[in-house]
Design a protein around this ligand. Structure first.
Ligand code: C5P
Length: 218
């Protein structure tokens, strides 16, 4: 019997990382930001001079990926997000990263994972699923502020164009497109502060945990 898995999906800059990190702390669970895996594959491929459309070469980088390298700040830039979204369309890349994510989720006590296909593909049986979203404009302003905080000054219009392009690519791809699982609870954070989003997420997860514990006893 696996532990309590919390699957958090949603588009770029929806607040899912903040929500997922908070849930992990509150529930005492390990947390994996799966976007970081795709970002790492994109950036490491570029460093090796690999064309991001070269499916086989990029998949080999994904196969070699080790958890120890994930702390690199270079994976958090705007360019890394774009590279991630380009390598994420390749089926062999997604397959190469599948075992890593499922192993992480299978830890005995449970885990929190966030991404695009956690509730649909990686852990479809997760007892708690959230789909975190917000309007493109709200997400663009949040991402603009985050990038500015990292010393990367980008205009609102440019960030909004990035967000729309990424949404279209992530939702329109054939392989594990961004889509809400039928049993995921929708959390629209457009009008919420970070605290309000965290409170709403906590309530969703508490209800899911009560159902999960009930089903294990029965
Ligand atoms: O969440 P983040 O913005 O870091 O993700 C970067 C990109 O990685 C996404 O736009 C998406 O294309 C890809 N990704 C994915 N599947 C995941 C996580 C991220 O395809 N589970």
């Amino acid at each position: 019997m696996s532990g309590f898995i919390i699957a958090v999906d949603g588009p770029a800059a929806s607040g899912k990382g903040t929500v997922a990190g908070g849930l992990a702390r509150e529930n005492g669970l390990p947390y994996l930001d799966t976007g970081l895996l795709y970002r790492a594959v994109g950036v490491l491929s570029q460093r090796e001079g690999i064309d991001l459309d070269d499916v086989e070469a990029v998949a080999r980088v994904a196969q070699r990926l080790r958890a120890e390298v994930l702390g690199d700040e270079a994976f958090r830039t705007r360019g890394a997000g774009e590279a991630a979204s380009r390598v994420g369309v390749h089926v062999p890349v997604r397959q190469a990263l599948l075992a890593f994510q499922r192993d992480f989720a299978a830890q005995p006590g449970g885990a929190v994972l966030d991404g695009r296909d956690i509730g649909t593909v990686i852990t479809p049986d997760a007892p708690a699923k959230l789909f975190v979203t917000a309007s493109p404009e709200v997400r663009a302003e949040r991402r603009r502020r985050q990038l500015a905080g990292q010393g990367e000054a980008v205009s609102f219009e440019d960030v909004l164009a990035d967000i729309r392009k990424r949404d279209a690519r992530d939702s329109g791809r054939d392989a594990a497109p961004l889509t809400r699982a039928a049993d995921a609870v929708l959390l629209d954070t457009s009008e919420m502060t970070i605290e309000q989003a965290a409170d709403a997420a906590r309530r969703i997860v508490e209800a899911a945990r009560a159902r999960w514990e009930g089903s294990r006893q029965g």
